[in-house]
Design a protein around this ligand. Sequence first.
Ligand SMILES: [Zn+2]
Length: 275
Amino acid sequence: MRALPASVLVVCGLIASACGGTGTGGAAAGQAAPATAAEQTAAEQTPAKQSPPDAKPLEGKVVVIDPGHNGGNYRDPKAVNRMVNVLTKWKPCDTTGTATNSGYSEAAFTWDVSKRLVKILEARGATVKLTRAGNNGVGPCITERAAIGNRAHANAAISIHGDGSAPANHGFHVIMPKKIKGPVDKVVAASSRLGIDVRDAFAKGTGLPYSTYVGRDALDYRNDLGGLNLSTVPKIFIECGNMRNAAEAAKFQDPSFRQKIAVALANGLQHYLKA
Ligand SMILES: [Zn+2]
């Protein structure tokens, strides 16, 4: 069971690149016969325009991925409910997160998406760190999740979540930090740029709509999240959708859709990191 996602990923990756390569070539060859001279010239120029692909576009970049919650959090309420200082208030160290009606947990969802995202970013040359090592443990606290990004001097950090709202609510939103007269202030502007890049790539890549119930155009700014308040590197949260909404729950429970989410997040991060 555990070994499956990795092998599935490899297969998906191979299929994706194979389809892209042969599909394009096949179509071009099929259309070659009736082409006019002008079209032929254009066709001949196409490969040249595709300058050697940048195999490692994220070489030298450090990304920290924070899969929200942890699968074992429910086992240790004392540790999880311990109050921590997030500068604007005191909050529990972490929470259990939400789940779909059929019991697929947010912690499992964020862990799976994060592992997929690690593979994609590493393949593009990035150095990637996760804030937790599996989905059977407890924590870490939100304070530590922020500290991991800070210690890594991440060029970008992202905390991945699925929301648990009223069933009729749907769509995704990105959360960015606000100035709080604290250390996060210096990365508020950069985090906002990161958030917009991820918002755009996520909408394009997943087809999910902007949240119908939070923020404006899927963008929300908050000063009560420890993971953001305590960050000294550009950081955002994404609520990928509403796990209590039947249609979005079904999508999140589909591994191929989670891959789509991971690719979209990678593209958003890359757009920001290459800008
Ligand atoms: Zn969450």
